[in-house]
Design a protein around this ligand. Structure first.
Ligand code: ADP
Length: 278
């Protein structure tokens, strides 16, 4: 039996027979389950990326053709151009997220020589969240959004890559705003734990049923495809957040209840936090 064998997860064994010497044979067996899994994941990924790029591209070229062939009024043209801009924007977002992921995979674990105030990360999130909430509802901030730093962390600095951590945080915050209907609440908080700190984003959105939770941070895994698209999602936000926090020695945790809402947490170890009051 190979490692991690389960009824629903068959093990693949490669068996090779080699002749050697005088009438002797060597039987070589190898558990290739992981190798094959990695290969299958790579294939899926390429197929997914192609699909994700093709969809907006098809829409975009459809509109180009419309504008080229139909005699449109200036208003109609404007309308089509704004639809085209949306699709172009979607492709840009996707390519940016893909580049972020590939940078994360290709670079060494962030050192602890870079430090930056934890509170500063929150300011950028705040602007982004309010902007997003307003853009979803014709100019009015339509969610009740709170930002809280526990006093013990008010002066704290984080050690690591600020750009990476910023993108992890803002992915969680923007998800909460995007998936929570107007009028809902979002609470963004930094709190201290016995051995580190937790960044948490709690929303009063639709929640996620338990069977989806383990797969949520897989690339392109979505519970609700159309909602993700409508709100400009790439399907890569949680994959990025998880990767970033793991590179900093922490983990992504998700709690959710259908109909009540969700909490997404980035748990960081003490080694990444410096309390200036210490
Ligand atoms: P997307 O760009 O689709 O939002 P993510 O990787 O950020 O991709 O999230 C993956 C999926 O997890 C989303 O498509 C959505 O179904 C679900 N999800 C993420 N955040 C939330 C949330 N706050 N509330 C409900 N569902 C969420």
């Amino acid at each position: 039996e190979g490692r991690g064998h389960r009824v629903d997860r068959p093990v693949r064994i490669s068996v090779q027979r080699h002749r050697y010497g005088e009438g002797k044979q060597l039987l070589l067996t190898r558990d290739v389950t992981m190798v094959e899994q990695a290969e299958a994941m790579r294939r899926d990924f390429v197929a997914n990326v192609s699909h994700e790029i093709r969809t907006p591209l098809t829409v975009l070229s459809g509109f180009v053709e419309t504008i080229q062939t139909l005699a449109l009024t200036p208003e109609e043209q404007k309308h089509y151009l704004s639809l085209m801009a949306t699709q172009a924007h979607r492709m840009q977002g996707l390519v940016e997220d893909l580049l972020t992921l590939s940078r994360l995979e290709g670079s060494p674990v962030p050192g602890v020589h870079q430090s930056f105030p934890l509170a500063r990360l929150l300011q950028a999130c705040e602007q982004e969240a309010n902007g997003l909430s307003a853009s979803m509802s014709q100019g009015q901030v339509s969610h009740h959004i709170d930002f809280v730093v526990q006093p013990a962390l008010a002066e704290a600095v984080l050690l690591g890559e600020s750009r990476e951590l910023q993108s992890a945080l803002s992915n969680l915050v923007s998800n909460a705003v995007r998936y929570t209907p107007a009028g809902g609440q979002v609470r963004v908080a930094w709190s201290r734990t016995a051995d580190g700190a937790i960044f948490s984003v709690t929303d009063t959105g639709p929640g996620i049923s338990p069977e989806h939770l383990p797969r949520l941070s897989e690339r392109f895994y979505r519970v609700d495809r159309s909602r993700s698209r409508e709100t400009g999602g790439t399907g890569l936000g949680l994959a990025i957040a998880k990767h970033v926090v793991q590179r900093h020695g922490g983990e992504l945790r998700i709690q959710s209840q259908v109909g009540k809402g969700s909490t997404f947490m980035l748990v960081l170890p003490a080694s990444r936090i410096e309390l200036l009051s210490d």
